[in-house]
Design a binder for this molecule. Structure first.
Ligand code: SF4
Length: 268
């Protein structure tokens, strides 16, 4: 049995709308329980992913000639992380220290090192029966593994040229454009600038800027009011981006993932 994903949209009055198509029996009861908790809570905690990844230490940045990335998690089907149905890859590691970050478990630069080709292959296998519109990269901070991010995008592009690409980054466009960001593989400033421009050429959109808990957001995909959604080409328009929403995925193992924007609070 495949994992199923539903979208819970919670409006400013606390009313929730749930699409339960494809869910049966106990899954419906679990979803209703989670949704009720989500509706009852009103604390703004920003963008959210709750997942747990067993820690495995491996300091190699390359496996043979293959590039490896620090991976937090991935999901094959999300509608809360950009236009259409999208796979999401969460990078592990972030040093930006935004206060009250939605997912501190992604901060340490330790965990699973996975070849970028394997990450791409796993996503393609998981989406084989459910075609996706694109991939969104999140974290953690993907730009702190910029060379791996670029190679991962190329892995996806080589498999399917129709895919679109989106990025969540805590850096502003000015910081990235001037190379003023940290890379865990220690590229020099000019290399960092070039990496960003090569990544940007391949991106369709990015949400940019630190999370600021004191500036509530209402713009699509933005966790706080200072962040900006940038479109890098004409593929999408602002109206293609849905209002902030939250998703719950229940795997056949019973593991529940939450992702998206719980504007009224963390339901767990
Ligand atoms: S950039 Fe993102 S992951 Fe990093 S501390 Fe800020 S909110 Fe958290």
């Amino acid at each position: 049995m495949q994992a199923k994903t539903i979208t819970v949209v919670i409006d400013e009055n606390g009313n929730s709308t749930i699409d339960l198509s494809g869910f049966h029996d106990n899954s419906c009861a679990k979803v209703a329980e989670i949704s009720a908790a989500a509706t009852a809570s009103r604390r703004n905690t920003g963008r959210l992913l709750i997942t747990r990844v067993p820690g495995v230490r491996n300091s190699n940045r390359r496996a043979g000639r293959r590039r490896v990335m620090l991976l937090h998690a991935s999901t094959a089907a999300s509608r809360a992380n950009g236009p259409g149905l999208r796979a999401v890859v969460w990078f592990q590691g972030c040093s930006l220290q935004c206060a009250n970050c939605f997912n501190p478990a992604t901060h340490p630069f330790e965990g699973r090192h996975v070849p970028t080709s394997e990450v791409a292959e796993a996503v393609f296998q998981a989406t084989a029966t459910q075609p996706i519109d694109g991939i969104t990269f999140s974290g953690g901070e993907p730009m702190q593994q910029a060379a791996d991010l670029l190679e991962l995008i190329e892995e996806f592009r080589n498999r399917d040229r129709r895919l679109s690409f989106g990025l969540f980054t805590g850096y502003t466009e000015r910081e990235l454009g001037s190379g003023r960001y940290f890379c865990v593989s220690r590229e020099a400033g000019e290399q960092r600038r070039n990496l960003w421009y090569r990544i940007r050429e391949r991106l369709d959109f990015a949400v940019m800027g630190r999370y600021n808990q004191h500036r509530p957001a209402s713009a699509p995909l933005c966790s706080s009011g200072n962040q900006r959604l940038r479109l890098f080409n004409s593929r999408y328009e602002m109206r293609d981006f849905a209002p902030l929403q939250m998703e719950i995925t229940i795997a056949d193992s019973g593991l529940v993932h939450l992702t998206g924007f719980p504007i009224l609070g963390n339901p767990l």
